[in-house]
Design a protein around this ligand. Structure first.
Ligand code: NAD
Length: 455
């Protein structure tokens, strides 16, 4: 069991909140304080509802909040009072200046490093939880240790949780990665962190490396995951052209134990706040080191994803006689994946924007992500939000499935069909409906990587 520790986390987002809740639950002798500059977010963490939907998280938070888990906006107090400080602030793609649209925006990180140096009254262990470019820890150490009487040991401990399964991922991680220096203070800090994790993670799953390797591993892991999705999506286009079936190809390819079955599901494309951002970050790093061919190699993962999303929406327009102007289209799902309310970089955004530009009337339905989608689309005209899928599909010309919510596999498609304008179209961006049944009901069915079933 980890000895008594005082832990703070700066950043109460999708990573900071769940990660700290699990640490608080598994290390009851530690006191964990999560701080954020966003007062509204902290208020919600301290209320009966959580700031975002994450299955199983409310149970954990309810057992530890107010006991050894606290949420607050008092960032400086947290810095002063805690010895171990995780930093889980957002690191979005830079949208200005050098590296615009590619490099990670490190302004929050730099601000925090300077704040820590200015207010700290004792030595600290600083842990990168955010996803950062390689060598950020080194840069932070320089900022922190320049002109300070205290010692700051910066380590990398990237987070591999996936939204929608964050609690399970945190409770039973495939691995925990800790990157640190091999100096005496680096080893001591590493041992402190290992001690926390070993409260519930088997030691053989705790991988320790040098700091640079840990920082790079996070970017490479996301690039590899996204690359599998882009590869099978590339194959889906070949399947549509040749009459092969992408699900059959995927199953047979994934059965090879050297390849494995996960992340080989063809779809409208990947989304989320991380894949695109982290790959762009990797591409930018490659360019900085003049590794241009390698940059192009990784960049094509993103290009393929954009192509797949565009191909999907082009197919909708072309199949509906080359115009969707004035047509009512029902979008089922707008979260970037099932079991989350997050729409950041969701394919729903690009599909919706294109359909609206084509003058379609859009009706969007999603079990959890409607509020975020409304905020993301802003004041766009011709968009309605309706919870009930059967109401949403009423008088629509087409249904477009974007998110793989289980419920969409079991909807009564006959009931939906009966409420729609004919001919009724079904564009399944997640290959989750029973194609034959829907075709027999009367739909024209368009799946990813399969021949369309058209009446
Ligand atoms: N979301 C994921 O699935 C996921 C998974 C693994 C890693 N990551 C990485 O973790 C990091 C955080 O991601 P997230 O999704 O939790 O972001 P988020 O936007 O949900 O949360 C970040 C929080 O940091 C706060 N913040 C920013 N600057 C601050 C400051 N100076 N002081 C205090 N608080 C500040 C923001 O107010 C926000 O609440 C990113 O680097 C991301 O790439 C995310």
């Amino acid at each position: 069991m980890a000895s008594q520790k005082k832990i703070a986390c700066i950043g109460a987002g999708y990573v900071g909140g769940p990660t700290m809740a699990v640490i608080a639950q598994k290390c009851p002798q530690c006191t964990v304080t999560v701080v954020d500059i966003n007062q509204k977010r902290i208020n919600v963490w301290n209320s009966d509802t959580l700031p975002f939907y994450e299955p199983g998280l409310d149970d954990i938070v309810n057992t530890v909040r107010g006991k050894n888990l606290f949420f607050s906006t008092e960032v400086e107090k947290a810095i002063i009072e805690n010895d171990i400080i995780f930093i889980a602030v957002n690191t979005p793609t830079k949208d200005y200046g050098v590296g615009k649209n590619m490099a990670a925006d490190l302004q929050h990180w730099e601000t925090i490093a300077r704040q820590i140096r200015n207010v700290a009254r004792s030595n600290k262990i600083i842990i990168e939880k955010s996803t950062l470019p390689v060598k950020t820890a080194e840069a932070m150490e320089i900022i922190l240790n320049t002109g300070s009487q205290f010692h700051f040991e910066v380590m990398s401990n990237p987070e591999f949780l996936a939204e929608g399964t964050a609690v399970n991922n945190l409770l039973s991680p495939d691995r925990v990665l800790i990157g640190s220096r091999e100096t005496e203070s680096g080893q001591k800090a590493r041992n402190e962190l290992v001690e926390i994790y070993k409260s519930w993670v088997p030691l053989e799953k705790i991988i320790t490396t040098n700091t640079f390797s840990a920082e790079l591993t996070k970017l490479v892991s996301n690039a590899f995951l996204a690359q599998r999705v882009s590869s099978i999506n590339a194959v889906s286009a070949i399947c549509e052209a040749t009459g092969a079936d992408v699900d059959e190809v995927s199953k047979a390819v994934g059965a090879d134990s050297r390849i494995g079955a996960k992340f080989l599901k063809a779809s409208v494309g990947f989304g989320g706040s991380c894949f695109r951002k982290d790959i762009l970050n990797l591409v930018y790093i490659c360019r900085m080191y003049h590794l241009h061919e390698i940059a192009t190699y990784f960049e094509n993962i993103i290009n393929m994803n954009s192509f797949q999303q565009q191909r999907f929406v082009d197919n909708i327009v072309q199949s509906m006689f080359n115009t969707v102007a004035g047509r009512k289209i029902c979008m089922l799902g707008c979260a970037f994946k099932a079991c989350t309310d997050d729409v950041r970089d969701s394919p729903a955004l690009s599909v919706a924007t294109t359909l609206i530009a084509e003058k379609a009337n859009l009706v969007i339905s999603d079990p959890k992500a409607m509020t975020n989608m409304k905020a993301a689309l802003g004041d766009l005209k011709n968009v309605e939000f309706i919870d009930d899928p059967y109401q949403a599909a009423k008088k629509c010309h087409a249904i477009v499935i974007i998110t793989e919510w289980d419920v969409y596999a079991t909807l009564d498609y006959k009931k939906l069909f009966d409420r729609m304008v004919k001919p009724a179209y079904l564009f399944d961006g997640r290959n989750m409906v029973n194609r034959k049944t829907c075709y027999d009901i009367g739909f024209n069915v368009y799946s990813i990587g399969k021949e369309p079933l058209i009446h």
